[in-house]
Design a protein around this ligand. Sequence first.
Ligand SMILES: [Ca+2]
Length: 191
Amino acid sequence: MLPLHPKAHIPCHLGRHSGPDYSAYGCGPEQAVDGSLGTGWGSTAGDDQGDPTGTFVAKHITVELPKAVDVSSFGVDPASACGDAGSASTGDYSIEVSADGNAWTTVAEGHFSPADRGQLNTVTPTVPTPAVKYVRFTIKGNQVEDVAKANGEDGTFESICGDSSSAGGYDGCQFADLTEMTVFGTATTTP
Ligand SMILES: [Ca+2]
């Protein structure tokens, strides 16, 4: 169950996503908004085939809220899923919101580290977020560099995953996952 929160958890309905769809393996994009930290969205780090190319290609999901919501915060568990090792967890990310699904405003961005896995981390919007109808979460990078550094190996995603002798040495060279993204807030009231 999700932790208690002073604002209500808003159910999210999955819209479009980029990257491959591993729904057949129980790791589709809808698993990122199913309210469970036991399931996750499994995607790829580079191309849709999961080749360790050394070039990260951002992946996103878009969700529609049941009605306009004054968003107070987001809850994010960046942990890897679908059997992938921790390096595939979401690292760099951004969150955008929209009232109409066309015009988007970036309201949060940053980096999740290994210590953030396995829990809903509170992400507070950096700008007011009234009357939100759509939310887009983008995985801009994963935790390959964090895990490599912990192993005493300095390098960038490009150098670590693009080196033909070590490419694929980390699951994150092939995969990028997100366990959960939750929206908290209250229904917008019209004056
Ligand atoms: Ca989930």
